[in-house]
Design a protein around this ligand. Sequence first.
Ligand SMILES: [Ca+2]
Length: 495
Amino acid sequence: MGEAMKRLVPAVCATLALFSCGGAPEGAPDVRKPNFVLIFIDDMGYGDIGAFGSTDNRTPHLDRLAAEGMRLTSFYAHPVCTPSRAALMTGAYPMRNGLQTGYWHPVLMPGDPQGIHADEITVAEALKEQGYATGIIGKWHLGDQPEFLPNAHGFDYYFGLPYSNDMSPFLPLNKRNHPPLPLLRNGEVIREVPEDQSFLTGDYTTEALKFIDAHHEQPFFLYIPHSMVHVPLFAGDDFRGRSSNGILGDAIEELDWSVGEVRKKLEEHGIAENTLVFFTSDNGPARGSAGPLRGRKGSTYEGGMREPAIAWWPGTVPAGSEYADTASTMDILPTFAALAGGAVPAERIDGHDISAILKGATERPSAYAAFYYYRGYELRAVRSGKWKLHADGALYDLEVDIAESNDVAAENVETAARLEGLLEKGREEIGDGPVWPNDPGIRLPATARPIGKIDRAPRLLIPRRDAEGEAAHEPPIRTKTTSPPPKDYVRPDNW
Ligand SMILES: [Ca+2]
C-alpha cells in the first residue's frame, strides 16, 4: 500500500462510516493484493454444468475448478439481466438504485434514457481506489448512453456489447425494430455485430487473455460477462455441432473452454495462487436447465434466481469445499473490496463480505437474516435460513424441498408469521409495488437512490440506416413486455 493510500484509508473510513477497512498495518510488508476474475454467464441455469449435475453438457474445465475450489449451492442473482447486473456491480438490491427495470421495459433497451447513476459505487470503482487495473470484456447492460457505459463507472478497458445480443435487427422476431447491434471498445463502436454471432465467445476470450497479459504484474480486476447463453445462441467453428445438446450445448462447451483458457493464462504467468476466479450466472435459464429447481428466467422461484457458483483460488479456497447457505451476487463488492484491503460504503449495500467463508469457514451461517426476491418492483418472496415464504403465503423448507413443491405454511404457522414480518420489513426498507415501471402503486423508501437519467434525447450507438436526422435515433418500438403484467394491472398511457 502506498503512503498516500495509507493516509487516505483511515480518513475515508471515518467519513463514510465504512466497514472492513483492512489492509496491511503500518510497517508491515506490502503483500501483493489478489487479482479478481469474475466470469458472469448470461441466462445459464443451475443445472447447466457438470459440477451442478448436468449430464447434457460437457464442462470439464468448470468441473475441475469446482473440484479444486468451492461450490456455492445457494448463490442468488436476480431474475433478469439489468437488475441482476445492477446488484452485482453495486452490492445492493436493484430497488436501491433504480435499476429494477428499464424505463419502459423489464430491462434497459437500446437508446434507453436511463442507466446507472454517476454516484453509484461499482466493484470496479472500489478496486480502482485500491490501485487495480480494471477491465470488462462482454455485456454491460446498465445503460448505453456515454455517461452510463463502463468507462464512466470505474473500468479502464471495455470490449463488448452494451446490452443483450437479441437486441439486434436480424432476429426473425424483431418486432421491436431494433437498431444495429454495436460491438464497443472503450465507448467507440468498432463494428456492427452481424446476424452470425459465432465469433463473440472466441473474441471475448482473446480479449480477456490479452488483458491478463497486459496487467499480470499489477493487481487487476477482470469482469467477463459473456453474451452467451442468451438467445440467439451461437458457438465458434471449433464447437458448433460438437455437443450432444444442440447449439445450447455447443455454446456452453465453448464457454467452458473459455474458462479453461483463462485458467491456463493465469498459470502461465504464475499468478493462479494470487487470483480469485469467481464463476456464476445472471439469472435462471431461458433455454437451459434449472436442474432440480422450480421456475426459469424471470421467476422468483429458485430456478429464476439461484445460480451455479464456483470460487477458485488455489491454496486459499479449500479444494472440494461447498457452502450451502445463502450468498449472493451482492456479496461480490464487499468481498472483493475486503480482500483488496479496501473500504466499502456499508450504508449503500445489502451484500456481505464472504471472504472468510471462501477461505474455509463453510459452517458459518449466512449473514442474510432475510434475502429478498424481487421481480421488477414487486417483492415476491423472502428466504431466512432454510425457509422461504412467498408473498402469496406459500412456505417451503428448501433444505428438504429444493423444488418448492410442498407448501408447509399450515404446519409451520409461527415460522410463516416470522417470515411475513421479514417481508413487511422488506416492503418498508427496500420497497414494493406492481411489477412494471411507471405505476402509481409503486412504493419506495426515502433511502431509494435515483436512477441515472439524461436530460436530452437519447442517441443510438449506431444510427438507423433507413432514416436521417433525429429519425435515425428512434428507439425500438414499445410493443409489449416480455412477461405479461398481472391480470389486475392497468398499463399506463406512456408505456
Ligand atoms: Ca440474463
